[in-house]
Design a protein around this ligand. Structure first.
Ligand SMILES: N=C(N)NCCCC[C@H](N)C(=O)O
Ligand SMILES: O=C(O)CCC(=O)C(=O)O
Ligand SMILES: [Fe+2]
Length: 336
């Protein structure tokens, strides 16, 4: 259950990474300390920073650099990889195209998903079938993002082992049928700088991304290191900033982990407001369960929360598809 946290904890996960594959990891003192910190962060905020993750700073920065380059291209250029339902909802969306709780978000983005081959999960995965649409410019964007995705997948799998232990489950609780073959989402996002019409601050809407929760297990946020824009809601409704801390990722838990933990951990509401005079980018990687996993509270978590299941079983792929299909639908279309 979220608390009235005022800041977001920083966790050095290097002891966990050193032992993630060791059958005796649960008994290791260093791992134990990381697990305890993960548990506290997930209970109190649902958000934490990780350092000691081992991913070279050069890759993290290059990912943001190419993102800046792509978004600075002319509009016609970006539209060459335009998102559409027939492209499996993959590709470029212009500012205001993504909608959160009925309001257009002031961001542009490239949405990428793990490849879904025709018929892979039957009707369930049909809307997302297709391959990612990559721009020709910057020429290294595709290769870099693919490499980055695979690095983030490995890192997330290891962090999830720590989170499994934090819940009192076996280290491999999120492998096998739950998340042994994890789905992933990558969002390459750009938030325009605050606009100054007629010398006044008159942004059409200042919300870069409206309040939402993420859909899966764990999100890794790689944000520009000089702009504070991401905000996280605490229990009393205050918005707590998650300022960039160089060398770290901001991590947060998603809806599937809320269900698995039977509410011991919550997927915390967050939003983005870029009120700086600079264009901001963020590359958000989402580590998810297996696409067709039927997710329900873990027995150990049900026990620890009084013996009653608080959530119905949910199929991750259904949750994702229903979100994706409404993210681009305008209010008037919804009501008609
Ligand atoms: N895959 C994830 N988590 N994407 C986050 C986007 C959140 C905004 C979206 N319009 C929404 O309302 O969910
Ligand atoms: O831009 C950010 O810092 C976070 C973006 C986000 O929350 C999302 O895309 O789900
Ligand atoms: Fe998010």
């Amino acid at each position: 259950m979220a608390t009235n946290f005022k800041s977001i904890p920083i966790i050095d996960i290097s002891p966990l990474l050193a032992k993630w594959d060791d059958p005796n990891m649960a008994g290791d003192q260093g791992v134990g300390e990381v697990v305890q910190q993960l548990d506290q962060a997930c209970r109190e905020a649902g958000f934490f920073y990780v350092k000691g993750h081992g991913i070279p700073d050069s890759i993290i920065k290059e990912v943001r650099n190419v993102t800046h380059k792509f978004f600075s291209l002319p509009y016609e250029e970006k539209l060459k990889i335009k998102i559409s339902p027939t492209a499996g909802y993959r590709g470029y969306q212009r500012i205001g195209e993504n909608i959160t709780k009925g309001t257009p978000d002031m961001h542009e983005a490239i949405d990428c998903y793990r490849e879904v081959e025709p018929g892979m999960f039957g009707a369930l995965s049909k809307p997302l079938e297709g391959q990612n649409q990559w721009p020709i410019n910057p020429s290294n964007l595709k290769q870099l993002m693919e490499e980055y995705t695979s690095i983030c997948t490995d890192l997330s799998r290891k962090i999830m082992r720590g989170i499994a232990l934090a819940l009192g489950a076996a280290a491999d609780a999120f492998e096998g049928k739950r998340a042994g073959d994890p789905f992933w989402v990558l969002r390459i996002i750009g938030y325009p700088k605050v606009s100054h019409a007629n010398g006044h601050d008159m942004p059409k809407n200042d919300i870069g991304c409206g309040a939402h929760t993420d859909y899966g297990l764990l999100t890794l946020v790689n944000q520009d290191d000089d702009i504070t824009a991401l905000q996280v809601r605490n229990k009393s409704g205050e918005w707590i900033s998650a300022p960039p801390i160089p060398g770290t990722f901001v991590c947060n838990i998603g809806d599937m982990l809320k269900i698995l933990s039977n509410g011991l951990y919550e997927s915390t509401l967050h939003r983005v407001i870029n009120s700086s005079p600079k264009y901001r980018v963020c590359v958000a990687y989402f580590y998810e369960t297996n696409f067709d996993a039927a997710i329900e509270p873990l027995d150990i978590c049900v026990k620890r929360t009084g013996g009653t299941k608080k959530f119905e079983r949910a199929v991750y792929g259904e949750h994702l598809v229903s979100k994706v299909q409404t993210n681009f639908v305008k209010e008037d279309e919804l009501n008609s």
